[in-house]
Design a protein around this ligand. Structure first.
Ligand code: F6P
Length: 553
């Protein structure tokens, strides 16, 4: 396989970029206005009621053809089939990548080392259903007989962000009286501030850790355990109030979790792709198993779309190709996600790990350093808040920031015409970013406002909007579990497709190890409170200063 930048389609895109880089989307829309609505028809696609309008992008027919040629030249469909069929595409850990099997609602066999893994996936789903229905139904109670009303998930990264964004997004579907909390940070404040508002007798702790070795999770779990025993004086009751979700059952047993309170998943599920596994236990407790399975249904529907729809209408593939277009040809260093829905406020945090821990790589699958940009910086904020935070930069800054805008057509919380105002802002912002405002338009506006000629000359340059800022609009009917599942799977597959094109392994994360390694050594130094000169001058001085400030354990 030739290097990415030597591919025929890549070279064709480079040549095409020189022709189109200064073309304004205003003109692309004008050209095609003659064929009323053609641009939207050509550059949009749908999966169930999820519509992707990608017409406000700096592309024409030729661009889109060449991007699709690129997907075919790197054999996206072949790689996709390898992933779904359990090939060990996670090459540095010699593992398959099978989060799709977790939501394989067709139940067709999926083999790992000759074993059809669907039976054990279904066994764990049944275990989750049984457990959560007993807790939610009041049949499984705290050791004093009180109902469980607070669930605290202790986990970090993929053992936190996935279930966290889902529970946050699905509040309207939650059972009244059941609260779910997420503790992830090693900062003692995180656990402390949550424990202030719960009682041990009615609290269930879920210790979520694929490896069951993550320092933050184990320390938080031990502190929670200590809190529980100190308040209840009942060591034996721990077993009733602590369960574990892990791929390392032995370590969970050593922590004191009973076998029947362990929910397993497997090493062929990446942490950041694991919310569909038993890591979704807090989701099932909070929303009920039927809603959790609706989430799986939605993800499965997106999997089927990804597997069967031609590249030209394939939602994850299109998002991936457009991301490559801006990242590698327009030198956009980041990609923003604006969810115009307050329930989705944690979506950027989830996508940051999904995207940046998958594609923040410089070494390709052959072990060589790449000579092109790979994963973008992912960030974002809910709309309309984003408009009052950083839209100045998006509209008139010097940095290109391609962005996804998402919105449900319907709201769960009708309040006057506020949802209409939200939708109007969603539509206005993507239009403004695309068309901008010309000097002539700005001038006539100022004249119409009666601004004097002299003042117009002063203020006019600041009132011009270059426009030509690309956005994808994703509109769907309702933010319900099925739709959310489909959207999250869409982003998983987008990340996968980009990793294939960049020829990197999206499924390991060696980059997170080094910091942890150094922290362990510095932690010992802090405890020893001895004079420090063994690190660099900055670290030595910072340790010394922290001590002077009476650093407290
Ligand atoms: O951030 C590194 C990482 O390994 C993530 O990939 C993972 O989701 C997180 O830490 C937590 O790991 P575990 O679930 O094993 O505690």
């Amino acid at each position: 396989m030739p290097k990415l930048t030597e591919l025929a389609s890549w070279k064709a895109l480079e040549a095409h970029f020189e022709q189109i880089k200064d073309v304004h989307m205003r003109d692309l829309f004008a050209q095609e206005e003659k064929e009323a609505g053609q641009r939207f028809r050509k550059f949009s696609t749908q999966m169930d009621d999820i519509l992707l309008d990608f017409s406000k992008n700096r592309i024409n027919d030729e661009t889109f053809k060449l991007l699709c040629d690129l997907a075919r030249e790197v054999d996206i469909e072949g790689w996709r089939d390898q992933m779904f069929s359990g090939e060990p595409i996670n090459i540095s850990e010699f593992r398959p990548v099978l989060h799709t099997a977790l939501r394989n609602r067709s139940n067709t066999p999926v083999y790992v080392d000759g074993e059809n893994v669907m039976p054990k996936i279904n066994r764990v789903l049944a275990q989750i259903r049984y457990f959560t229905e007993r807790v939610r139904g009041g049949h499984l109670r705290g050791y004093t007989g009180r109902l469980i009303k607070d669930v605290i998930n202790i986990g970090i990264g993929g053992s936190d962000l996935g279930p966290h964004v889902v529970c946050d997004s699905m509040k309207p579907y939650a059972q009244r009286g059941m609260n779910v909390h997420f503790v992830s940070n090693i900062d003692p404040t995180h656990l402390t501030e949550i424990l202030k508002f719960v009682e041990p007798e009615s609290t269930l702790f879920i210790v979520s850790s694929k490896t069951f070795t993550t320092q933050e999770t184990l320390l938080n779990a031990q502190s929670a355990r200590k809190w529980f025993v100190e308040l209840t004086g009942n060591e034996k009751a721990v077993a009733r109030h602590f369960v574990a979700v892990t791929a390392n059952k032995q370590a969970a047993a050593e922590f004191g979790i009973l076998e029947e309170n362990m929910f397993e998943f497997w090493d062929w599920v990446g942490g950041r792709y694991s919310l569909w596994s038993a890591i979704g236990l807090p989701i099932a407790l909070y929303l009920g198993m039927d809603h959790f399975e609706a989430l799986l249904d939605g993800a499965h529907a997106m999997d089927m779309h990804f597997k069967s729809v031609p590249i030209e209408k394939n939602m994850p593939v299109i998002l991936a190709l457009l991301g490559i277009w801006y990242n590698n040809f327009f030198d956009a260093q980041s990609h923003a996600v604006m969810a115009y829905n307050q329930y989705l406020r944690r979506l950027p945090a989830y996508l940051q790990q999904l995207d940046m821990e998958s594609n923040g790589k410089t070494i390709n699958r052959q072990g060589e350093r790449v000579d092109y940009l790979t994963g973008p910086i992912i960030w974002g904020e809910t709309g309309s808040n984003c408009q009052h935070a950083f839209f100045q930069l998006l509209h008139q800054g010097t940095k290109p920031v391609p962005a996804d805008f998402l919105i449900p057509a319907q709201t769960r919380n009708p309040l006057g015409d506020q949802h209409c105002v939200l939708l109007a802002n969603f539509l206005a912002q993507t239009r403004a970013l695309m068309k901008g405002k010309t000097e002539a338009e700005a001038r006539s506006e100022l004249e119409a406002q009666g601004v004097t000629e002299e003042k117009i000359e002063d203020v006019l340059p600041h009132k011009i909007f270059e426009g030509n800022k690309p956005t994808n609009s994703i509109v769907f009917k309702n933010l319900d579990p099925r739709t959310l599942g489909a959207l999250l799977a869409m982003y998983e597959h987008k990340v996968f497709v980009q990793g294939v094109i960049w020829n990197i392994n999206s499924f390991d994360q060696w980059g997170v190890e080094y910091g942890k390694q150094l922290a362990a050594d510095i932690q010992n130094t802090l405890h020893a409170r001895t004079d420090v000169s063994r690190y660099d001058d900055s670290t030595n001085s910072l340790i010394d200063y922290s001590m002077k400030l009476n650093f407290s354990d």
